[in-house]
Design a protein around this ligand. Structure first.
Ligand code: 4AD
Ligand code: MG
Length: 436
């Protein structure tokens, strides 16, 4: 008999089905065994009556958590079931009776769960997070594809830094050569955008971040669109459109998962473009006022980079995602275009998510002038020979162009309403975690 998936059972009421999965949980009472079976698409209660078959009943009673099972039975409508159905079991085939599964329904500490991440991802909440992540990724791809962007993958081994030399992972690259794991595909995107007009890359990036915060991973996924003949406003417009689309898709396609995660969906339903756009100068004023009112612990000085409490405070003032733009050049990467009237500022914009999720998009307009960039590369102590190809983009048909990067994990954490980005990627890599 063919397999029926649990999320399709409501279309098979009254029919005989075969379910293939794992035992999520079980309890028995006298003449009945209740098996909670999961198959990746959902969980369904399968009821075994002693009266039907003593043999099947005894087999079911002896099963340990996460045993692999094939269940044959008939589908019954059931109002008390969260999925509207349960299954009357006729027979159970046991592929493996698992014993002593380490993750029991009782509470476990985070370190223990992280050590057992390969098993933890089977639990209801983690399963829901991974599905939301899938929808964030799919919505992102759909949005960019529908808006004329062409996917052009960029390399992971690179000869030089993109986002500063302090967070580079160095690897041996055959004899005598060093390579770095990419921090961002942006520089290569600038080349593909000059070929394709609008391009994007989507892949893992690496940062040797020594910070142990709930927002930092050492390996994370970033989507980076890049547009030729584009300016700072285009970056904010595109980022706004993308996020609106993602939020709609998640609300639409992941209702069940958001329920499992106990997400307050009203917070997501309230997300509506346009998002406020705040000049860095004004953001600084807000923070200084916040300090005077005693709502912030530290006074913020113009020229600094926002810390997590600053970002949270800014977005709280608007109760919406907020773009902050025109940052001081000293806190940004070498490649930014400058403001013509105030060259100490860059044409960059970051999107700060609400509810304390912080910066989820960072981007802006790229410098177009060859001499300016040569000077920047020198001042940032970057090896010029590794950037010659990049400088060619300013030698042959230089145009205004702009783009951004969005971190998949931070976006997913926000959608799910979960505290830490480590739960938004199947196998997180962090300062103190390289396993499993
Ligand atoms: O602001 P960032 O560093 O921007 C860039 O890398 C640009 N080159 C992108 C571009 O313009 N094409 O990173 C972009 C986003 C951040 O807003 C954040 O969402 C995420 O990447 N991010 C991280 N996510 C998890 N862990 C980390 N350590 C992250 N660092 C950045
Ligand atoms: Mg940034």
């Amino acid at each position: 008999m063919n397999q029926t998936y649990i999320n399709e059972l409501k279309n098979h009421i009254g029919e005989e089905v075969t379910l293939k999965g794992w035992l999520y949980n079980a309890r028995s009472s006298g003449k009945l065994v209740f098996l909670q079976l999961r198959d990746g698409t959902g969980i369904v209660q399968c009821v075994v009556f002693k009266g039907n078959s003593e043999e099947v009943f005894e087999k079911a009673k002896a099963l340990g958590q996460e045993s692999s099972l094939i269940v044959h039975g008939s589908v019954k409508a059931d109002e008390r079931s969260p999925i509207g159905v349960e299954v009357d079991v006729k027979d159970v085939e046991v592929l493996q009776n698992a014993t002593d599964y380490p993750i029991t329904p009782k509470e476990h500490g985070t370190e223990f769960l992280m050590d057992n991440r390969h098993l933890w991802i089977r639990s209801k909440k983690q399963n829901a997070v991974l599905k939301v992540r899938h929808t964030v990724v799919k919505a992102t791809r759909d949005f960019l594809d529908n808006n004329g962007f062409i996917l052009a993958d960029t390399p992971i081994f690179t000869p030089a830094a993109c986002e500063g030399t302090t967070t580079l992972f160095e690897v041996d690259y055959f004899e005598d050569d060093k390579a770095y794991l990419t921090q961002s595909g942006q520089l290569y995107n600038e080349a593909t955008a000059a070929s394709l007009g609008r391009s994007y890359c989507f892949g893992p990036v690496f940062r040797a971040e020594k910070s142990k915060t709930r927002r930092h991973l050492t390996e994370f996924w970033m989507v980076e669109p890049e547009m030729a003949y584009a300016h700072l406003d285009d970056v904010m417009n595109l980022g706004e459109g993308l996020l609106n689309f993602i939020v709609d898709k998640v609300l639409n396609d992941r209702q069940e998962e958001l329920k499992v995660l106990e997400r307050d969906v009203s917070r997501l339903e309230a997300i509506k473009a346009p998002f406020p756009r705040v000049h860095y100068d004004d953001a600084v004023k807000l923070l200084q006022e916040g300090f005077q009112k005693g709502e912030l612990e530290n006074n913020f000085e113009w020229g600094g980079d926002f810390g997590a409490p600053d970002e949270t405070y800014i977005s709280k003032q608007y109760d919406a995602p907020v773009f902050v733009h025109h940052f001081p050049a000293v806190i940004k990467a070498f490649y930014f275009e400058r403001d013509k009237d105030r060259p100490e500022l860059v044409l960059g914009a970051d999107l700060l998510a609400p509810e304390g999720y912080g910066e989820i998009i960072g981007g802006g307009e790229r410098a177009t002038d060859l001499e300016f960039l040569e000077k920047q590369i020198e001042e940032h102590n970057l090896p010029k020979e590794s950037f010659e190809w990049y400088l060619d983009l300013r030698r042959f048909g230089s145009v205004p162009h702009a783009g951004f990067g969005m971190g998949v994990e931070r976006c997913t954490a926000w959608m799910c309403g979960i505290e830490h980005v480590r739960e938004t990627i199947p196998f997180p890599r962090m300062l103190y975690r390289l396993k499993p």
